[in-house]
Design a protein around this ligand. Structure first.
Ligand SMILES: *Cc1c(COP(=O)(O)O)cnc(C)c1O
Length: 455
């Protein structure tokens, strides 16, 4: 057996050097995609190549097309930067090459998921009896949560959706906020419920659902299979739906509550922001990302379900050759994947590295830095268009065309990176502070660059 020590060390050394370079490198500058493809291009090799040479070629080809999204001045897309222990865990997880299917294929991977899953529930205030599927992203977590919902609301009216499918099934009402994330719609498409099934609930001025509107929508239809999608953390404003009152209303109508809390659920991890997601424990399923605010490596997210039996009934399958399946649901029983990467190691390592206090401090720091952005840009004469309740800031620089020009100039400048969005019919800059390494100095430097470019 060959010893790949030098090869693997070179890879790890490169990763470390890249991370060290993050604070100093341009965050993302416009680049010709065709040139990046050219660097990778070439005919499919006919013969094998030495691994050392392949690694060197890969490092050289990728370098110009890398985005410093893990760096401290990247404020796009609610993106974090993978924590050191979590990154190291990911490196060894790749070395271990575990099949995270069940306890036969990897006892260690399942143990990491079990223990980290318990820690996640504790941090987020989700009941300890809930099941947790370790999935690829909040998109997948929404799909799993809504699949569990679909199972239960149809089982309640005597319909076995896993066996019979949806043809001829009783109709399901899906109620969701007008400001829901686009992935909820895609999950509904994949589950055969379709986006036409959605009855929208009006949003309040900061993008959380309006309770009066939810009450009216619930009352407007006949009782029957009902799924309601709530949200913790509006992707533009950070607003969280009033979960306690909404769960209570929906349950009185016999519905299932799914909470899309990709980043906003982390408000629960700090005593300062916990009130924003008060009552979340009453929901039936929850979706939350690890690779956003928790600063875990991609791809990492969690699908929680208050009813483990329902969760497993919607997702698991068995086959004669699958040794170890059919017992307590684990791993693949709780997700839509079969063979899976062992992402639980990085989750365990990240939580172990931060601890309860570290997670709370991360949330608090990002929220404080978001307010620093808002205050700094307001003082410079620009308009902050949202109520900065969490880590999201929306900024207007005049009319839509001018705002778009400022966003483009900031992206081309490379000091920091922020995206553009449309909110309430207006073009705005969207600043999301989610990285564990961002400092006040990073924010001040970014504000100075934005103000300079806007001028
Ligand atoms: C990011 C996000 C998603 C999708 O999460 P992925 O990890 O990209 O799959 C869903 N809902 C909300 C509110 C989000 O912010």
């Amino acid at each position: 057996m060959e010893d790949h020590r030098a090869l693997f060390l070179r890879a790890a050394e490169h990763a470390a050097a890249y991370r060290r370079s993050l604070p100093g490198r341009p965050v993302a500058v416009p680049i010709d995609q065709a040139a990046v493809v050219d660097a990778f291009a070439g005919p499919l090799p006919r013969t094998p190549s030495p691994p050392e040479q392949v690694l060197a070629e890969l490092l050289a080809a990728a370098e110009p097309g890398l985005v410093a999204g893990a760096g401290p001045r990247y404020f796009g897309f609610v993106v974090g930067g993978a924590l050191p222990a979590a990154t190291a865990a990911e490196i060894v997880a790749t070395g271990w090459d575990q099949l995270a299917f069940n306890t036969v294929t990897s006892p260690a991977a399942m143990a990491a998921e079990t223990v980290a899953g318990g820690w996640l529930k504790e941090l987020l205030g989700i009941p300890g009896s809930a099941s947790v599927g370790f999935v690829t992203g909040c998109q997948a977590a929404n799909t799993v949560g809504l699949a569990a919902a679909r199972h239960k609301v149809l089982a309640d009216v005597g319909w076995d959706v896993e066996r019979r499918g949806l043809p001829g099934a009783p109709a399901i009402r899906v109620i969701a906020g007008a400001e829901r994330h686009g992935t909820v719609d895609r999950s509904l498409r994949l589950l055969g419920l379709g986006t036409d099934a959605v009855q929208p609930v009006a949003a309040d001025p900061n993008g959380a659902i309006d309770l009066g509107s939810l009450r009216a929508v619930l009352r407007s239809g006949a009782r029957g299979p009902t799924i309601v999608c709530l949200q913790a953390g509006n992707v533009n404003t950070g607003a969280c739906d009033p979960l306690r009152e909404a769960c209570d209303l929906v349950h009185r109508h016999g519905g299932w509550v799914h909470v899309d809390g990709a980043f906003g659920l982390w408000a629960a991890a700090s005593p300062r922001t916990r009130h924003l997601v008060d009552g979340l424990a009453a929901a039936d399923s929850w979706a939350c990302d690890g690779h956003k605010w928790l600063n875990l490596p991609y791809d990492s997210a969690f699908a929680f379900c208050a009813r483990p039996d329902t969760h497993a009934a919607a997702m698991s399958y068995t086959a004669a050759y699958l040794v170890g399946s059919g017992g307590e649901p684990v791993g693949a029983d709780l997700t839509a994947e079969s063979s899976r990467r062992a992402r639980g190691f990085a989750v365990w390592a990240g939580l172990r590295e931060l601890g309860r206090d570290g997670v709370a401090a991360l949330v608090d720091r990002c929220c404080a830095l978001a307010r620093r952005f808002a205050d700094g840009l307001t003082a410079a004469g620009f308009e902050v268009a949202n109520d900065v309740v969490l880590n999201q800031v929306l900024v207007g620089f005049g009319d839509d065309a001018r705002t778009d020009r400022v966003v483009a100039a900031v992206q081309a400048d490379g000091t920091c990176w922020a995206g553009g969005t449309t909110w309430r019919g207006r073009r705005l800059m969207r600043i999301s502070v989610s990285n564990a390494t961002t400092t006040e100095a990073d924010v001040d430097r970014s504000i100075a660059a934005i103000v300079r470019l806007a001028a």
